[in-house]
Design a protein around this ligand. Structure first.
Ligand code: SME
Length: 161
């Protein structure tokens, strides 16, 4: 029997698959990672109703600075080794946060954000070049399917997927 929850999950997985396929096609035209980030942020933000802020932070000379994004104005520079984005980099893995207010050091660029997912962007050598960060204004808006879908998309930026 298919439950309503499974159906939502399946729809979400299928939607990530379609976005990844569309980006893959667009990326054949251009390899520049910043341009690619811009297209990914725009497509994700407008196709995913639960996304309140969608974008990238890039690791440049040891600083995590804002990259292409969609949504409300965001912090331009994240204090080193503080908050969710830096935690993902320091741990070397994706982070799913159901309640950002309970996350030690969380950086609130916009007080309306309540839950968050951060996945790593790596280059072809496996070096971390930044993160893909998504916020929702609802608590616990994300599931492991979002983490997997966003990881799939982040891997397309440097063509490592
Ligand atoms: N909340 C993030 C900062 C970036 S904003 O969500 C756009 C963090 O704690 O690293």
């Amino acid at each position: 029997m298919t439950t309503a929850k499974e159906t939502r999950h399946e729809r979400l997985v299928a939607r990530y698959g379609r976005i990844a396929a569309q980006l893959d096609e667009l990326y054949a035209k251009l390899t520049d990672p910043i341009s690619r980030m811009g297209s990914a942020a725009a497509l994700l933000h407008h196709k995913m109703p639960h996304f309140f802020w969608t974008g990238f932070y890039r690791l440049v000379d040891g600083d995590l600075i804002v990259g292409p994004y969609q949504g409300p104005l965001a912090c331009m520079l994240l204090e080193r080794h503080t908050g969710v984005c830096w935690a993902a980099i320091d741990r070397g893995e994706s982070i799913l946060v159901a309640d950002v207010h309970a996350f030690p050091g969380h950086i609130a660029c916009d007080g309306r954000s309540n839950s968050e997912v951060v996945v790593l962007v790596r280059d072809g050598d496996g070096e971390i070049r930044g993160v893909l960060d998504v916020d929702a204004d609802k608590p616990a808006a994300f599931t492991p399917a979002d983490v997997e879908g966003l990881e799939q998309i982040a891997a397309l930026i440097y063509g490592t997927g």
